[in-house]
Ligand binder design. Structure first.
Ligand SMILES: *[C@@H]1O[C@H](CO)[C@@H](O)[C@H](O)[C@H]1NC(C)=O
Ligand SMILES: *[C@@H]1O[C@H](CO)[C@@H](O)[C@H](O)[C@H]1NC(C)=O
Ligand SMILES: *[C@@H]1O[C@H](CO)[C@@H](O)[C@H](O)[C@H]1NC(C)=O
Ligand SMILES: *[C@@H]1O[C@H](CO)[C@@H](O)[C@H](O)[C@H]1NC(C)=O
Ligand SMILES: CC(=O)N[C@H]1CO[C@H](CO)[C@@H](O)[C@@H]1O
Ligand SMILES: CC(=O)N[C@H]1CO[C@H](CO)[C@@H](O)[C@@H]1O
Ligand SMILES: [Zn+2]
Length: 455
């Protein structure tokens, strides 16, 4: 018997073609090369899969015919999460950002000086994210080089696609959790050199925590490193009012918070720069992001949880800035992109009410299913600069996918039978869970799934 080299999926295939176009392919045929994990072919309107495959030797492929309540969706892309903070997800939610950092975040993050702590916690958090369908994640780790390497190793073992950032902090930090400027730069270089050869699934990302904890010298040094190694850059921007005021007082020469990063070269040092939050921004700051092709990670759960504010995503979309979604674990308490989608939907409703009741703009449009799916998949891919690799099922892209099955034993969704495919998708988006994800694939490899039998 010849080894099967291809996996073929026949049934409903749903993906975004753009922010305004969600394609629902009802009789789709998707062929994945098992060795490379790449999508070889995507065909629409196939009435008989065996016919469509007749140019192939039947011994080389395995055909999976999906049932009416199953469909494929691109894997979720979380553009912003803190791996070490998962340890205390749900704690301190009564606090606001700066108090919460001191009370909850810094003490726990400092414990990752221990690689045992790192190994134990990071295995849990990465497995959990995969089970919840996050096939790609952009992680903040801690300042500790060794623990950061452990995170890279674990991600490789578990098979997630990820950007991993060693966090940088050389000022305005507790004395038990701070680096000297040169140490911070040296450790970042060492981390990049450790991680780069582990590609292509794992990529190092330069990660100044935020301007408050980074001196000018550090930010300039980090820009230089990103540009030398051609790696992406991520940080936080304009999350809450106290943070913004304090930040601007530290860098009085810059015009505004966004300007601080620009003035230190961070927007131009890499092709790929993205900022988490961006809740409170004036038009001038948005224009600066747009000009420099800087993306935004919209983290609605944490905006609610830490009462930072409700971001008007529509405003960014209309100005042409790239937007993806983030869970911001643990400023957001939920390690699932389904929650990020639902929180974004509610944030958008809050904006609708504000526009209608306070700004007298009744025409404001809430985010619909088409846009929400885009933001959780293709939007995130663009923010991370991975739009040619993942985000939808175009031929040549990696097969990072969710095999959704609404009939699984513990699926929280009830299917009545009258639903069309859009409605099945909506039931999953608003009421589904990890228990609706039969199989989760990254680069063609099954990395998680609630189905008792692997495919
Ligand atoms: C698929 O079939 C439907 C209905 O027969 C038709 O409307 C649609 O244009 C076809 N799409 C493609 C891509 O051929
Ligand atoms: C921040 O600064 C602005 C302008 O100086 C001021 O109006 C606002 O009250 C300050 N907000 C906080 C939370 O301190
Ligand atoms: C399902 O029905 C809804 C409501 O009638 C409609 O808007 C949607 O386009 C339909 N979807 C499909 C895939 O037919
Ligand atoms: C979906 O709805 C069911 C029934 O109301 C509920 O038990 C379940 O918790 C919901 N699932 C989610 C993820 O909200
Ligand atoms: C600061 C802020 O805008 N907070 C809002 C967060 O969301 C809740 C729930 O909708 C609003 O009541 C708050 O005003
Ligand atoms: C929204 C969602 O699906 N969250 C799930 C994440 O994973 C845990 C367990 O694996 C579930 O309990 C959550 O419901
Ligand atoms: Zn964050």
């Amino acid at each position: 018997m010849t080894a099967k080299t291809l996996s073929v999926f026949y049934g409903t295939i749903i993906h975004s073609q753009s922010l305004t176009e969600l394609e629902i392919i009802e009789n789709g045929l998707l062929i994945v090369d098992r060795t490379s994990g790449v999508i070889q072919r995507l065909e629409r309107n196939v009435s008989n899969p065996e016919d469509a495959l007749k140019d192939l030797d039947a011994s080389t492929y395995e055909l999976h015919k999906m049932s009416p309540h199953q469909f494929l969706l691109p894997g979720f892309i979380d553009t912003h999460a803190h791996a070490p903070q998962y340890v205390f997800a749900g704690s301190g939610m009564e606090l606001q950002l700066l108090d919460w950092l001191n009370a909850n975040v810094f003490p726990v993050e400092s414990s990752f000086a221990s690689t045992d702590m790192a190994r134990k916690s990071y295995t849990k958090v990465v497995s959990r994210f995969l089970r919840n369908g996050t096939t790609t994640c952009s992680w903040f780790a801690t300042i500790h080089l060794e623990a950061c390497k452990v995170l890279v190793d674990i991600i490789r073992e578990l098979g997630q696609r990820a950007y991993v950032g060693k966090v940088n902090m050389d000022q305005n930090s507790p004395d038990f959790y701070v680096e000297k400027t040169q140490e911070s730069l040296d450790a970042t270089r060492a981390f990049i050199e450790y991680t780069l050869p582990h590609g292509p699934l794992v990529t190092p990302v330069v990660t100044p925590r935020f301007a408050i904890t980074c001196s000018s010298t550090l930010m300039k040094g980090l820009s230089a490193l990103a540009s030398e190694y051609k790696v992406p850059i991520q940080t936080h921007l304009c999350e809450n009012h106290n943070e913004i005021n304090f930040t601007c007082s530290l860098f009085p020469d810059s015009k505004h918070y966004t300007g601080i990063y620009h003035d230190h070269g961070l927007f131009t040092a890499s092709e790929n720069v993205y900022m988490a939050h961006c809740v409170h921004m004036d038009d001038d700051e948005i224009a600066l992001l747009k000009e420099n092709n800087v993306g935004i990670s919209h983290c609605a759960n944490s905006n609610f949880s830490l009462q930072s504010g409700v971001c008007d995503v529509r405003r960014f979309l209309e100005s042409g800035v790239k937007v993806g979604l983030g869970t911001d674990v643990a400023g957001g308490y939920a390690p699932s992109m389904l929650d990020a989608v639902r929180s974004s939907f509610f944030a958008s409703k809050v904006q609708l009410m504000r526009h209608r009741d306070e700004l007298n703009k009744p025409d404001y449009k809430v985010l619909g299913t088409t846009e929400l799916v885009y933001l959780a998949t293709m939007g995130g891919a663009r923010v991370l600069g991975l739009q040619d690799t993942i985000g939808n099922f175009e031929q040549g892209k990696a097969f990072d996918a969710l095999f959704v099955d609404l009939d699984l034993a513990n699926s929280p969704v009830d299917v009545m039978g009258h639903e069309n495919k859009t409605q099945l998708l909506e039931k999953f988006i608003f009421n589904g869970s990890d228990q609706s994800l039969a199989h989760v694939f990254v680069q063609g490899r099954r990395v998680a799934g609630a189905a008792s039998v692997p495919l």
